[in-house]
Design a protein around this ligand. Structure first.
Ligand code: ADE
Length: 224
């Protein structure tokens, strides 16, 4: 899967995508993540990516030309399944959206900044607008990182069998059961006996009960 991220701050994301699972997925050839600096697509001598809004309100708006030029350039090289804009007023991102996006071949994620982007970009170039939660970030970079991380880890082969994404929280609308590691007794704080029993059927049953109880207590809305 190929993900092209369009931003005015590629440095914010560089480190993130060069670490841990994101780096491994790219080295294994399972995810192809490209960061593009929108500024490289400006044509004026000051490399302006933003300007004052018509109508006189405060703040700056990201300009249409460099973004259109960049998206047009990418689209001339391959077909894209979605051109996503990260925005607090978009549809709410969740595990279901991550699952379906992980099945696509090529996506573009455009990170907004300042007061937002010239609305014509949303009208003519964007196919989907996504928010990662009901709060406002300074820019869309963190949202792009959150979405890309949750999408890429679902690509077959990125996680090992033991880490299987199928056992993740939310995958079946249940929160994950508690997990423990050695030592089995730390200062008298003990790991539940069942996990040390070696009886897989009993362990599976216990984990399911725990998932149900935690979901009922912490996220009853998921069970409705
Ligand atoms: N940009 C600013 N806030 C955001 C949010 N909550 N989700 C996605 N993009 C954003």
């Amino acid at each position: 899967m190929r993900i092209d991220i369009l931003t005015v701050f590629p440095d914010m994301l560089e480190g993130f995508f060069n670490c841990s699972m994101m780096a491994r997925a790219q080295k294994a050839g399972l995810a192809d993540i490209h960061l593009h600096d929108i500024r490289d697509y400006t044509t004026d001598k000051h490399h302006k990516t933003d300007d004052y809004p018509f109508g006189g309100c405060a703040g700056l708006v990201m300009k249409i030309e460099p973004i259109d030029r960049l998206i047009t350039d990418l689209k001339s090289k391959r077909d894209y399944d979605e051109v996503i804009y990260t925005s607090p007023d978009g549809e709410q991102f969740n595990q279901k959206a991550a699952n379906s996006l992980s099945l696509l071949n090529n996506i573009i994620i455009l990170c907004g900044h300042y007061k937002g982007i010239d609305y014509r970009i949303r009208e003519h170039l964007i196919t989907r607008e996504i928010s990662i939660g009901d709060y406002v970030l300074t820019g869309g970079e963190l949202a792009a990182a959150v979405m890309t991380d949750s999408i890429v880890r679902l690509i077959p082969g990125v996680l090992s069998d033991e880490q299987s994404a199928l056992s993740d929280c939310f995958q079946d609308n249940l929160l994950a059961p508690p997990v423990y590691t050695r030592p089995a007794d730390y200062k008298g704080w003990k790991v539940p006996d069942v996990l040390l029993s070696g009886n897989q059927a009993l362990i599976d049953d216990w984990e399911f009960q725990q998932s149900m109880e935690r979901t009922k207590k912490l996220r009853p809305d998921l069970l409705q």
